[in-house]
Design a protein around this ligand. Sequence first.
Ligand SMILES: Cc1ncc(C[n+]2csc(CCOP(=O)(O)OP(=O)(O)O)c2C)c(N)n1
Length: 328
Amino acid sequence: MTTRDTNFSNEQMLGFYRDMLRIRRVEEQIGKDAKAGNIPGAVHLYIGQEAVGVGFCSQLGDDDWIASTHRGHGHYLAKGGDSKLLMAEIYGRETGMCKGHGGSMHVADFSKGIIGANGIVGAGISITTGAAWAAQLDGKGAVGVAFFGDGAANQGVLCEALNAAVLWNLPVIFVCENNGFSEFSPSSTVTAGAIVDRAKPYGAANEAVDGNDLIAVHQCAARAIKRARDGDGPTLIEARTYRQRGHVEAEASFLGAKYRSDEEVAAWMERDPIPAFAKRILDAEQGTQADIDRIEAEIMAEVAEAVAFAEASPFPDPADQGTNLMFA
Ligand SMILES: Cc1ncc(C[n+]2csc(CCOP(=O)(O)OP(=O)(O)O)c2C)c(N)n1
């Protein structure tokens, strides 16, 4: 038996497990549907990185803002997004949360504080900085969390945002999910230095964390969120994790050369955050195999319901193209 995670009740531990597994199973389904040709457009999966989204979003409310990337389904679900609306959106149906006009890369729900995923690499960094500025002006203690990749960390916008955030003491957290790749380029071939160190010239708080360890992410996130809510300014976090799937689901059909070894993938699969968390719960006797099995069954039922909902939904009316549907 390993030590209990004394900060967390059994219910909370199982809740974290459920939230991560929900993202995993929904995305596995999306991956299958993309391969079957049921989904229009490109699909980028978050599989392997679930501990980061859940570690942060489980501590945020609907009034806090997050922005995501082209790999945004996990953040949407972790922040309380509805799986039916997500699936319908990705299927391009009218019942999606953006009425089928956004698709996989543009999932957003302002009512849940999800400013949006974004196909423009790095764009969420500046959008969240603006949302954090608005939150500061509102004075109600809300924070902004920008999730972005290691490739995005090489965009100039991170420097601009850190500069403004420190200067104006904004309640913003920049969360770089370093998943090892920018498209098909290993980070080591395109990224100089440690991303976490990019906070230092600006004097921003900063922390690197094991992005596959939900408890470590949760604790690191708690420190940064407290700092932001207390008016103590921004934090840059580098969560080191691994993109288990390809950059985009269809990549096998157009990529000639391999860009990572089977051994590397296998080594990271050993560190998959979800089975590791199940083991942690069982070893610490914070839940039973029956709990794990029940959660699995409930989530599989939710996934089936989401797919049925999407499939039964109509496509949007082409006449609505060009209408600002977010505010309609
Ligand atoms: C401004 C901009 N430049 C380039 C691209 C093409 N592009 C799409 S995803 C991607 C890689 C992003 O890598 P990273 O930020 O590490 O995120 P990850 O895909 O690993 O989650 C690139 C270069 C883009 N969409 N937007």
